[in-house]
Design a protein around this ligand. Structure first.
Ligand code: CAA
Length: 296
């Protein structure tokens, strides 16, 4: 029970692969893009070096962790011997449907199929397979190596042993799991996204500026980042798609995304990953100032 596969080597996928490898699991990190795999390998090296610099990891431990991760674009090879697959591809239900169809065919009947989806129904993902009892949500938070939480989401047909197994594994990863029901946005995004949307509505209505909104939530509520910076960090396209899942899933207009958010996504202002959102970014991290869109 030590071989696992992570599919999708983006920010979430490479973080998930890293925490499994650090806990001693043998990980196949799978992506159709070889350049994304190379990038993931660089990021994992950098994150491990950061831990070594902070005396949280010994230099001698790094080679074993790196050796625990095998990077591949061959899905069939990557799934070989895996008792658990964690899907972390983009939040697109059609892509996930195609992948879960393949996973159903390429994995043994007892293999657990977990999804890191941030809002898509687990019961829907399970319906794309012939083994819905083995499908479950395993929702990590970004940055995965730092954030404590794992949201575990059994679908309507998920077997209890599968839920219990993921609780056990999350603890082995040094994370704290909480089990929640399969409702739109689960708990994390059902609560986080309306807060981010309200911050964007407040900006849109000119109640306050970017800096004021974020500082009020940082200094007044002790949030590590203000909601607008956090939206940039998550990706404005991701925030928009989660809000749409909430709005459609509950059929309630209170979740309707702010027009400003919709327009920013249309304009390609996606936050950190595009270099500009509510703030401007020089490289993938550094905030150089408030976006020209919102400067007075
Ligand atoms: N990988 C690994 N470690 C990282 C990291 C990364 N990408 N980014 C930061 N860290 C570490 C740093 O090394 C540092 O470690 P120490 O405490 O040991 O020194 C620690 O995290 C704090 O980092 P910094 O001092 O550089 O910066 P910071 O204090 O501003 O913290 C942050 C950065 C951890 C990202 C913090 O700002 C934070 O917690 N922000 C909120 C993050 C959040 O809300 N995440 C959830 C997003 S929602 C989601 O993911 C789910 C979804 O479905 C949308």
């Amino acid at each position: 029970m030590h071989n696992i596969a992570v599919i999708g080597s983006g920010t979430m996928g490479n973080g998930i692969a890293q925490v499994f490898a650090m806990a001693g699991f043998k990980v196949h990190l799978i992506d159709i893009s070889t350049s994304s795999l190379l990038q993931a390998e660089l990021i994992i090296h950098k994150n491990l070096d950061r831990l070594i610099d902070k005396d949280k990891l010994l230099l001698v431990q790094k080679p074993d962790i790196i050796n625990n991760i095998h990077f591949t674009s061959d899905l069939e090879l990557g799934l070989k011997d895996a008792f658990l697959v964690v899907e972390a591809i983009s939040e697109n239900i059609l892509l996930k449907e195609k992948l879960f169809n393949q996973l159903d065919k390429l994995t043994p009947n007892d293999c657990i199929l977990a999804s890191n989806t941030s809002s898509i129904s687990i019961t829907s993902l399970a319906s794309f397979t012939g083994k819905p009892g083995k499908v479950i949500g395993m929702h990590f938070m970004n940055p995965v190596p730092v954030m404590q939480l794992v949201e575990i989401i059994p679908g309507l047909l998920t077997e209890k042993e599968v839920t219990d197994k993921l609780i056990e594994i999350s603890i082995l990863l040094n994370k704290t799991p909480f089990v929640v029901s399969d409702f739109p946005g689960f708990i994390s995004n059902r609560i986080l996204m309306p807060m981010i949307n309200e911050a964007i509505l407040s900006l849109q209505e000119k109640v306050a500026g970017v800096n004021e909104i974020d500082q009020i939530m940082k200094l007044g509520m002790a949030h590590p980042m203000g909601p607008l910076q956090l939206a940039d960090y998550i990706g404005l396209d991701v925030c928009l798609s989660i809000l749409n899942v909430l709005k459609d899933g509950f059929g309630n207009p209170k979740y309707a995304p702010a027009v400003l958010l919709i327009n920013m996504v249309k304009a390609g202002k996606l936050g950190v990953k595009s270099g500009e959102g509510f703030y401007q970014y020089n490289d993938l991290k550094k905030i150089s100032g408030i976006s020209a869109l919102f400067a007075n």
